[in-house]
Write a protein that binds this ligand. Structure first.
Ligand SMILES: [Zn+2]
Ligand SMILES: [Zn+2]
Length: 347
């Protein structure tokens, strides 16, 4: 079968791999239907993650169960499933509650290590299936279910951990898929104002259409722009959805006194210069998190089913798996208005 393999920086290829086998009696094999490329895949694609040649990419996928181990109780052959992009051991107490981040053994993401090959492939092995795979709920589109594997849960924790409440003023830094969904969720959670910050014109106009106030980062210092719009105070709730040092610094500096900065953009810099004088004098809380994906599904699935959450504009490009190299280049270059790419693994 075919899989997307990272051979080096900016070098992905669709290659033939051996059919995956069950990871254990609690595992399933999924014949992938649709799989998305994520901003976090780009960290690998851009070569920021060290020696990753040979990694089979992808942690956002949906498909049909073609084989189930003897211990799997909740799923069977033929079920259409979506899978948490991060998984735990499947046997400990936290895993019994679908909470991979608290797993006693530790969590892993698909497509980031040789130990857990990714879902940008025709077939993928999923461990701990009862804990981390679910049948696609009634009333959800395929694309909505793919978004439940990572980006919607990440946007959800970003907003909840920013302490967004009815009437809040929220700043969202970065309007990629996760930031855009954070804008939508913040408004759904009762934010009175959402200041939506990016450099890409179509992303800003998209956020404005959702009901946010766009702030164009190319038009000058975003911290000053946020302060201008908040009577000099800054935003009490800030969601950082980029992960660069510069945007993280902006997010910390635009936060109001007693406010909260919730960081969901991936930043692995161990030497980041924290502006402690500001955080200290303004009593700012900083939170960062990896989404414990399944724990967000009880909130997100009913919102999708009820039509209250409509993440329908996130996918801008739909391509066959065979065009993965082109898909990565388009996404990484943000060309052609690209926000997020969905790959059809059957083509
Ligand atoms: Zn992702
Ligand atoms: Zn566990």
């Amino acid at each position: 079968v075919r899989a997307v393999v990272l051979n080096g920086p900016h070098d992905v290829a669709v290659e033939r791999i051996d059919d995956p086998t069950l990871t254990g009696d609690d595992g399933i094999i999924v014949a992938v239907d649709r799989t998305a490329i994520c901003g976090s895949d780009l960290h690998y694609y851009e070569g920021h993650m060290g020696h990753t040649a040979g990694i089979r990419l992808g942690h956002e996928f949906l498909g049909e169960v073609v084989e189930a181990g003897p211990e799997v109780r909740s799923l069977r052959r033929g079920d259409r499933v979506f899978v948490s992009g991060v998984v735990g051991c499947g046997r400990c107490g936290p895993c019994a509650h679908g909470d991979p981040v608290r797993c006693d053994v530790g969590w892993q993401a698909f497509g980031t290590t040789p130990a857990l090959p990714g879902g940008q492939a025709e077939l993928v092995a999923v461990p701990a299936a009862d804990a981390y795979a679910r049948t696609v709920p009634e009333g959800l589109t395929t694309e909505q279910a793919v978004l439940l594997t990572d980006v919607l849960p990440t946007a959800h924790i970003g907003v909840t951990r920013a302490d967004v409440r009815p009437g809040s003023t929220v700043a969202v830094v970065g309007l990629g898929p996760v930031g855009t969904l954070a804008v939508e969720l913040a408004l759904l959670f009762g934010a009175a104002r959402v200041l939506a910050i990016d450099v890409v014109p179509e992303r800003l106009s998209n956020a404005a259409r959702l009901g946010a106030e766009p702030i164009d980062a190319t038009a000058g210092d975003v911290v000053a722009q946020v302060r201008d719009r908040t009577a000099g105070k800054g935003a009490p709730c800030v969601v950082e959805a980029v992960g660069s040092d510069a945007t993280l610094r902006d997010a910390l500096l635009m936060c109001a006194v007693e406010g909260t900065v919730s960081v969901i953009g991936v930043n692995l810099n161990m030497q980041f210069p924290l502006p402690l004088a500001v955080l200290f004098s303004r009593n700012i809380t900083v939170r960062t998190a990896t989404a414990s994906v399944p724990t967000t599904w009880p909130a997100l699935i009913p919102l999708l089913q009820a039509g209250r959450l409509r993440p329908d504009d996130v996918f801008t490009h739909r391509l066959p798996l065979s065009a993965a190299a082109e898909a990565y280049a388009t996404f990484a270059g943000r060309v052609d208005g690209c926000m997020k790419v969905l790959l059809d693994a059957s083509a």
